[in-house]
Design a protein around this ligand. Structure first.
Ligand code: ADP
Ligand code: MG
Length: 705
């Protein structure tokens, strides 16, 4: 249970002044995009963890005669006179002239309420006025000053004012007020960092760091390299690394079992393959088999770009578990993918005599009971499914190896829960095509052993990628017709419209109607909202070539394998992330045919969007694409996509905190070596840290055994 000490931080923010119901929900979405769901409410901690992106320095206090040409200044002046606009003329602004004896400054208000201006600027009174200077017809003026206060209130004006990232519907003033109130509720927390380390780094305590960032005393106090921000970044990274290290320690603690295999099934499978393994595949299989044969528990990540052939590597590992008398499970992130795996592996398994079954959320009632019975009795050796595999009462007779495919689609929280649940001595292999840069990999997977598929199967031709404006849609449709007439198969992916699946769907349906009117009987549509069996039917028809053109939303993004498909059209490509485009493009170029990818964009195209699309044209190397993406967007955004499942750090910024991450990893290992149950005084404080960053699952592992 979360220590009561933290309750004030997890209390709702709705009690704060200025935060009504609507703003509460808006803030929750804005401040917790990775974890929040619609309808969530904001907590005090969410506000505190929302750090400023910069500051406005108001310390410059010139005389009016010395006002600079531009910039922010604070002047002390007497209100001379009000010059309201002529009645009925809304376009002329309301002006107020103020003077400090050296010159006159005009304060300018557009569409303002005369009354409130009169209230804050009474004639004859002296005021401190802070805002941005500009010049008009040789006169200094200030439009809509940021602050106007009397001498008595001067200490309330933030001379170094933090600037926060905002979203539509959220005003800077209200947010700043809410954060200031949240700060008052910050309880005293025990120090979880090593004191000598803190001193060496010159880092403040947690609370002091938050205060320094939200109420900066110097302009440098909020920078990316400020001691306060680095301290908080380190807290966040350490909580991440502690959680991952705990998971790993927990898994390794369970005695592994030896799954040496006999090689029989493997040999049969290899004989049944229509191709020979690449040397990268052979090397990965060898590494995996070595882990499985040893008494230690396997915790391995298989990384390989799209199309590199991870599935067959998984199959050979699973076969080895089965040869050793255990069962194997393969878990896919989507229904489509689970079914596809089942379909492709069925043929091979039949050749080798491996009994297998499929289990997803769709198998229900009697069928389900029967499947569950066969799994429990050990009648099936290989179970392929979605996360349904680990959700309910699925009992294996003797589960030896779990393979998780396209693992990035599962949230980190889900994965922690799953790994805790898999328990026992089960070996674990996770596979991903997400080409995440090294630093990011560490935050997602922790210290897993890694195998990489560095080469693609031989004979793959490069994909011809072109970038075209949407205005050339007609040509594209014509070209598609010619290609289909030659027997080619194509995907057509419709725009991803943020926030609204409804709109995504409507766009895909419209396009489907248009294309199927032109190419009758040849076009299919799949999307996420379709019923399972309907989806299967369309996918199957596309697989066997009955349908030649498949219109879809991004449901095909992950893992779908139809080697005969050679054309990929992506509409509004500028709206997709690079990693996603890479995944989508990876659906073609999987067979012997020459493939092409058409990226259609909406004009006008911004600079960054242009740069991103040209990277797609230049390279097919997933890692290079990921690195460029990181450069162009920064880690936060790269990881910030709703479903990526990757942790979105709120205070750490991986594009600058890489070395802090490495330190946090070492620190986490050291801490848990010395104090594996976190029971020392510092250990107790570290538990507070874990709860603070919502690593509750990891703490459960501490008590698990
Ligand atoms: P991914 O790594 O993206 O999951 P898949 O396992 O789906 O890739 O494999 C992509 C395609 O390549 C499949 O059609 C598969 O049959 C084929 N494939 C896998 N290994 C080889 C190989 N060594 N030689 C030729 N084709 C292969
Ligand atoms: Mg795959």
């Amino acid at each position: 249970m979360r220590p009561p000490l933290l309750n004030p931080l997890f209390a709702g923010a709705s009690g704060l002044k200025g935060i009504g119901d609507k703003l509460d929900k808006l803030l929750a979405q804005f401040l917790r995009p990775a974890h929040g769901t619609p309808g969530d409410t904001t907590r005090i901690a969410d506000l505190l963890f929302h750090l400023p992106s910069g500051i406005v320095d108001r310390r410059f206090r010139p005389k009016i005669a010395d006002l600079p040409l531009r910039g922010v200044a604070t002047v002390e002046a007497r209100v001379l006179r009000h010059r309201p606009p002529p009645p009925g003329n809304k376009r002329v602004p309301y002006r107020v002239e103020v003077s400090d004896g050296t010159g006159v400054l005009s304060l300018v208000f557009f569409h303002a309420y005369a009354e409130s201006i009169r209230r804050v600027l009474p004639e004859g009174e002296t005021r401190f006025i802070s805002g941005t200077i500009d010049w008009f017809n040789g006169e200094a003026q200030m439009a809509h000053p940021d602050h106007i206060v009397s001498a008595a209130e001067f200490d309330k004006m933030p001379l170094i004012e933090p600037v926060y990232p905002l979203t539509e519907g959220l005003s800077a003033k209200i947010l700043a007020k809410a954060i200031a109130q949240a700060l008052e509720r910050l309880p005293d927390l025990p120090e979880w960092q090593d004191l000598p380390y803190l001193q060496r780094q010159g880092w403040p305590h947690f609370g002091a760091a938050l205060k320094a960032l939200h109420h900066p005393e110097t302009p440098a106090a909020t920078g990316l390299d400020s001691v306060a921000r680095r301290r908080l970044a380190y807290d966040e990274l350490l909580s991440n690394q502690l959680a991952l290290t705990l998971v790993r320690a927990n898994m390794k603690r369970a005695q592994g079992r030896k799954l040496p295999g006999s090689g029989d099934l493997r040999a049969k499978l290899i004989a049944a393959l229509p191709y020979s393994l690449t040397s990268a595949q052979q090397a990965a299989v060898a590494e995996i088999l070595r882990d499985m044969a040893s008494g230690d528990r396997m915790l391995r990540l298989l990384q390989g770009d799209v199309g590199s052939g991870k599935t067959v590597v998984a199959l050979l590992a699973l076969a080895t578990a089965i040869e050793s008398g255990a069962q194997g499970a393969l878990m896919a992130p989507t229904e489509i993918l689970a079914r596809q795996h089942h379909a492709t592996l069925s043929k091979l398994c039949e050749a080798a005599g491996i009994p297998l079954t499929l289990l997803t959320g769709r198998e229900k009632g009697k069928t389900r009971d029967e499947i569950l019975g066969r799994i429990a009795m050990g009648e099936v050796a290989l179970v392929i499914g979605t996360h349904a595999l680990f959700q309910e009462h699925v009992v294996f007779k003797d589960l030896g190896l779990v393979v998780i495919d396209e693992q990035h689609r599962f949230g980190v929280h889900q994965r922690l829960a799953l790994q805790a649940k898999a328990g026992g001595a089960t070996d674990l292999l996770v596979m991903t095509a997400t080409p995440i840069p090294r630093t990011l990999a560490l935050t997602v997977y922790g210290d897993m052993d890694v195998s990489k598929l560095t080469e693609k199967p031989a004979g793959r031709l490069p994909i011809d990628t072109r970038v075209l404006p949407m205005g050339r849609m007609d040509e594209v449709i014509d070209g598609l017709g010619r290609s289909m007439a030659q027997g080619n198969r194509a995907y057509w992916v419709c725009p991803l419209v943020e926030e609204s699946e409804q709109v995504d769907l409507a766009a895909a349906e419209d396009r489907f109607l248009q294309l199927s009117a032109r190419y009758k009987g040849q076009v299919g549509l799949v999307h996420g909202r379709m019923k399972g069996p309907d989806k299967d039917r369309v996918m199957a028809a596309f697989k066997d070539g009955t349908l030649q053109l498949l219109v879809s939303t991004t449901v095909i993004e992950v893992g779908v394998d139809v080697p005969e498909a050679t054309v990929m059209v992506i509409e509004n490509a500028e709206r997709f992330g690079l990693a996603q485009l890479h995944q989508l493009r990876g659906r073609v170029g999987r067979g012997k045919g020459k493939s092409s990818c058409l990226l259609l964009y909406q004009e006008p195209l911004g600079e960054t969007a242009k740069a991103r699309l040209s990277i797609m044209r230049e390279t097919e190397d997933g890692f290079r694409i990921a690195e460029e993406d990181l450069k162009l967007r920064g880690a936060g955004e790269m990881l910030g996509t709703r479903q990526s499942g990757l942790p979105l750090f709120r205070m750490a910024d991986l594009s600058v905190d890489g070395e802090l991450l490495a330190a946090a990893r070492d620190d986490a290992q050291l801490i848990l070596n010395k104090d594996p149950k976190l029971t020392s005084t510092r250990g107790e404080a570290l538990r507070v840290l874990l709860y603070l960053f919502e690593r509750d699952e990891a703490i459960r592992l501490l008590s698990a055994g």
